[in-house]
Design a binder for this molecule. Structure first.
Ligand SMILES: CC(C)(COP(=O)(O)OP(=O)(O)OC[C@H]1O[C@@H](n2cnc3c(N)ncnc32)[C@H](O)[C@@H]1OP(=O)(O)O)[C@@H](O)C(=O)NCCC(=O)NCCS
Length: 314
């Protein structure tokens, strides 16, 4: 078994492994990974996907890749096929991650590395991260089975207005996100939340790129304060499978919290998805965010698995 640069290979070399990975995402997370796999293959074909491949008898049976976002490196994925012959799976995962981490930490101008390994159970691949000085933040993958819950219409006080998402709310939504995550644990995990330009980049990734499913504007909403005519809450949802929506963002300005607006936003998304015959909704939340978790549990979300986010600052 050897570890080689991914850029030595073509998309045809990686395709069989990605097909297995796509099946795994479907069964463990109800997530259709096809679009992400196609994007990975396009980058492979152009020989611009940085990362490493685990090779045995000339074929790829494990890989990990990363992307550069200005002075940050983001580990995009890690997948190793079951049943490697010369070494066990965990050992190969750790070797791939060690290569990726060392490459990023030694890249000139890279001061921060982030990873969120949704498909790996908490702790499973933590060792190489902890050995290299990363902090670890457990996060919860939650799921809501739409048909198991009655349609609810929580009241919205007359001073507020619920509106469908529209493109002209880009700037104000980014401002709400930045204010909502000031001093928040999630801005330790994702530094985009710390600035307005970062939040705009986050929005851009969610709305315009298919990496985290296809943005679903009909299941995304904002809440305005009618008096000040300003935006005070946002929920964004993407379609991650034909019948599954994923809430990629929900936040309310601090001064408007605990008034039921979070519940109203989640109910609006659920209603839209229910009307279009979606089966389930998923989301991820940091385990330390206990008020958000309590809210999700109260309305019927169930914790399905715990995975880790890792962060390193040089
Ligand atoms: C999570 C968040 C969106 C919730 O928004 P919110 O408007 O405060 O939520 P709600 O008011 O609808 O519900 C939460 C609170 O109201 C109470 N509440 C609201 N409706 C209620 C009802 N019908 N019955 C009982 N309690 C209710 C809840 O008990 C809860 O209490 P808390 O204040 O102790 O947390 C908001 O706290 C936020 O923006 N946080 C920062 C960003 C974040 O963490 N987002 C989630 C990332 S996964």
């Amino acid at each position: 078994m050897e570890i080689l640069d991914l850029r030595h290979f073509s998309s045809a070399d990686l395709r069989p492994l990605l097909e297995e990975e796509t099946a795994m995402w479907g069964s463990t997370l109800s997530w259709d990974y096809t679009q992400s796999a196609e994007m990975i293959l396009r980058y492979m074909e152009a020989k611009i996907l940085p990362g490493y491949a685990a090779i045995e008898r000339g074929s790829i049976f494990g890989y990990s890749f990363f992307v550069y976002e200005q002075s940050k490196g983001v580990i995009g994925d890690l997948f190793v096929r079951d049943g490697g012959r010369t070494a066990n799976r965990l050992e190969i995962e750790e070797r791939l991650l060690t290569h990726v981490i060392e490459t990023l930490q030694q890249s000139p101008g890279i001061h921060r590395v982030e990873a969120q390994l949704l498909a790996h159970e908490t702790g499973a691949v933590a060792r190489p991260f902890l050995a290299q000085g990363f902090s670890k933040h457990p996060r919860v993958f939650m799921k809501f089975e739409i048909a198991q819950h009655p349609q609810t219409a929580p009241p919205l006080a007359p001073e507020f207005e619920l509106r469908p998402w529209s493109e002209d709310q880009y700037q104000s939504a980014a401002a709400v996100i930045t204010a909502a995550y000031r001093g928040h644990i999630d801005s330790e995990i994702n530094d985009q939340y710390r600035t307005l330009t970062g939040s705009l980049r986050f929005l851009n990734n969610i709305v315009r790129f298919p990496g985290c499913g296809a943005f679903d504007p009909r299941a995304s909403f904002v809440i305005l304060d009618r008096r000040s005519r300003t935006l005070i809450g946002v929920i964004l949802c993407s379609q991650v499978r034909a019948d599954v929506g994923h809430v990629t963002q929900v936040c309310v300005l601090p001064e408007y919290r605990s008034a039921g607006l979070g519940v109203v936003l989640l109910a609006a998304t659920t209603r839209s998805l229910r009307e279009r015959r979606f089966r389930a909704i998923s989301l991820t939340v940091t385990q330390a965010n206990d008020r958000a978790i309590a809210l999700y549990h109260r309305i019927g979300y169930e914790s399905k698995r715990i995975f880790d986010a890792f962060v390193w600052e040089g």
